[in-house]
Design a protein around this ligand. Structure first.
Ligand code: FES
Length: 284
């Protein structure tokens, strides 16, 4: 019997592929979208000002543990003015209230299973895309330092869930306005706030809703809520909860982007109102 040698496919060079479609489009969009958010949020975090307007507080500064160094009381801080023992700048770079809290939602997103898949492709092209030649010849996965640290995601989930509670509280606060002639801080101090609803209130309500859809569709949460069990159907309530989380999990990418965009927009809206460029419309 004669044997015919079969030529196995050669290992592809970096970027080489037989794919015909625009496989590079999605990583490019992720690069642009995520890149734009990182640039904007870093800029906003460095500002240390214009983070509150009346009852509205930017989610990038919430919870506002201390008021920004040198800033007047906004009425939103938890512990008063910037403390003397905390430096207002390090090596010439300002430390603002945003830096005290942004590590939590930032860490949650950075370690998210969806974002990992997206930014590995978009930012360091490893892997660049399915069936496209990779820059490395061996696969290391996330078993080694530093990527093994991504496993911290399951713990970030608990912190992110706490942030949903805080941002929901901010949305409720956004329904209480100072009377004519008083600042928000003065009215807050004097317990003179009045119930109302503005466009900003709506913006601040949508924010925790979208963040909740993203956070509670988390793969880690799905594991906690029932994924670790051999049989979820034994407890009807547990089964229902597992199905709800699974339903959100199916659209995890969509909610990831919607909530990311809305966090940026909410900060921008509050900032524009605080700077006097936009006037918030009171509905009632
Ligand atoms: S997997 Fe995306 S938030 Fe947990």
């Amino acid at each position: 019997m004669t044997r015919t040698p079969i030529q196995l496919p050669q290992q592809r060079q970096f970027g080489e592929t037989s794919r015909l479609g625009a496989w590079w489009l999605q990583p490019l969009l992720v690069f642009l979208g995520l890149g734009a958010f990182i640039v904007y949020s870093t800029w906003a975090a460095f500002q240390g000002a214009y983070y509150a307007s009346g009852p509205y507080l930017s989610p990038m500064y919430s919870p506002l543990i201390w008021e920004g160094a040198g800033q007047a009381t906004s009425g939103h801080n938890w512990l008063g003015h910037w403390p003397d023992w905390l430096p207002a700048a390090v090596v010439g770079l300002p430390i603002t209230p945003a830096f005290l809290i942004l590590w939590a939602p930032g860490g949650f997103r950075f370690t998210c299973y969806y974002y990992r898949g997206a930014y590995y492709k978009a930012f360091w092209a490893d892997p660049i895309s399915c069936a496209v030649g990779e820059p490395r010849k061996s696969y290391w996965g996330e078993r080694k330092f530093p990527l093994i640290l991504q496993n911290i995601h399951r713990y970030f989930f608990y912190v992110a869930a706490l942030f949903i509670v805080i941002l929901t509280y901010d949305a409720l606060v956004a329904m209480w306005f100072p009377p004519e002639g008083m600042t928000y801080a003065q009215a807050h101090e004097a317990h003179a706030l009045e119930f109302g609803f503005g466009i900003g209130t709506l913006v601040l309500i949508v924010n925790p809703v979208l963040l909740g859809l993203y956070t509670f569709g988390c793969h880690s949460f799905r594991h906690i809520i029932g994924g670790h069990k051999d049989c979820v159907t034994k407890a009807p309530a547990g089964k229902k909860a597992y199905e709800c989380v699974s339903c959100l999990n199916k659209r995890h990418m969509l909610y990831a982007w919607m909530s990311l965009f809305w966090v940026g927009f909410t900060d921008f809206y509050v900032r524009m109102c605080a700077m006097g460029y936009w006037t918030d419309l009171r509905i009632f």
